[in-house]
Each structure stands twice: as C-alpha cells, then as structure tokens.
Design a protein. Structure first.
Length: 72
C-alpha cells in the first residue's frame, strides 16, 4: 500500500471507531438500561475486532501513520 493510501485508510478506520463510540452514546438515551448494556457490549466487540484485526496490524506495519497516544 502506498503512503497516501495508508493515511486515507487509517483515517477512515479511526473514523469508524469514533462512529462506534458515538453510536454507543446515542443509544444511552434511546434504550432501556438492559438493552443499552447489551448493545454497548456488542459494539465493544466490534471495536475490539477492528483494533485487533485492522488498526494494530496497520500501525505495526506503518508506524508513521499511528496517531500520537495510540498504544499497541
């Protein structure tokens, strides 16, 4: 992958992570507590998989695009 493609892909995947977090927060106000906790847990699994399977390998291979403060 060339440098521009890596930067774009990294940015897009980090945006997906932010969207997952925002979705979790918006659910807090539209679900009962039990449903919210279930859905938050499911979104957490998605976020963890995205980190483990996509972002961490990407930032290991291309450390120049790893955001400051992101820990592998």
């Amino acid at each position: 992958m060339n440098g521009d493609a890596v930067k774009k892909f990294s940015s897009e995947m980090l945006s997906v992570m932010r969207q997952i977090e925002e979705s979790s927060e918006s659910l807090r106000h539209s679900c009962d507590q039990e449903e919210f906790e279930f859905l938050r847990g499911q979104l957490g699994k998605v976020a963890a998989a995205l980190m483990d399977e996509v972002l961490n390998p990407l930032f290991t291979e291309y450390p120049e695009v790893k955001p400051a403060g992101y820990f592998l």
